[in-house]
Ligand binder design. Sequence first.
Ligand SMILES: [Zn+2]
Length: 421
Amino acid sequence: MNYQIHRGQHEIGGMCIEVNASDGTRILLDLGMPLVAPDGGDFPFDTPRRPTAELLSEGVLRDIPGLYPHDPGAPDIAATILTHSHLDHYGLAHHAHPEIPVYGSEGTLAILEVGRIFFPDSALPADLRRLPSNKPFEFVSISVTAIPVDHAAPDSRALLVEADGQRLLYTGDLRAHGRTGFRFENMLTDQRLHGVDWLLVEGTTLGSSGGTHGLSSESDVENELVKLARDSKGSLVAVVASGQNVDRLVSCFRAARRSERLLVIDPYQAYVLMKLTPPSKSIPQFTWDDVRVSFSPYQVQRLKDAGMMDLVYEMSRQSRVSSDELATRPGRYLMCSRSSLGMTKVFDKIGPDRVELVWSMWSGYWERDRCAMRTWAERSGVVPHVIHGGGHAWPEDLKRLTSAIAAKETVWVHTDAVSAL
Ligand SMILES: [Zn+2]
């Protein structure tokens, strides 16, 4: 068995690893979009939708024989396997030959399918299939075992690849400090992983941009939110976070309960939570007593276009909260917000002095991007509270992982650290 890291070793993003067996069977692990442009800025968000030939000529897509539709030798890859639903791991997978199946966990596929509805421009692979967890799945002569890991994307996986009597473990993205940190601890004693030939491990936090920003755990995030909510009676607590970061949503839900507020989500989040019920049974749902849905006209239209007006009516009947209600009693609610113009209009209606804004994503996004929320905050004289916990394992946890697994060779990927541990 051999492997080749096509992209994503010395950068955060653009992950793509090929594994091949001696009989010529080849698979790809992730096929993601780069995040960092050569000038150090963000990669343009429309990158996935640009033509394959252009991305290849610019080197954004790597020249991998047998992968792309224009290659007469294609398809010569048995499958692409995704570790999770973050753009830097799946974002370019649709450029591959459409007959190459793309595998992911139930939760990964759910997030991708939800994206198809709410972001009609998003480009997704044609043939998406579910990869079962914790048991070997055969791709001709290569076997892949998907191992659940804790990460900010729901239902993320590490991949154990076996062929020719050798083993390679690719961690994908993972951490020990989320709500399912026990999965990380399980890996330390998992005999299937001990002594693998190659450990390809993500090292985001080892580099300069992976940093030590953020709180150390998801429960710290919850506690900080509770403190803020109790200290700001009469004000709306509005938490800007990624809609697919379910751990964060659970933290918001728990913080709302502990501070005797109702959790407010939008239709996108309500739908994400609904679709994730099979893999995560205990996550909050819009049907729960202390959850409300604030309607965004754009999102309602997307559901309507997808023929799901029944769901809109159900959300409306069971749990809708209007902007008038939010403005009348803002102190009753803790809201998971989006950085959108529509949201800032709701905040203006409530009154900026009655909104406690929480930035619950990487602080670099706030500093670098002039998003709708930052523009509104600066105009209104609102200073956000930054309450965030990182999605990646801290260096001390990575050390525990690499020493417990004791691979014959450990290779750091997904890091801009000059020299890894
Ligand atoms: Zn990730």
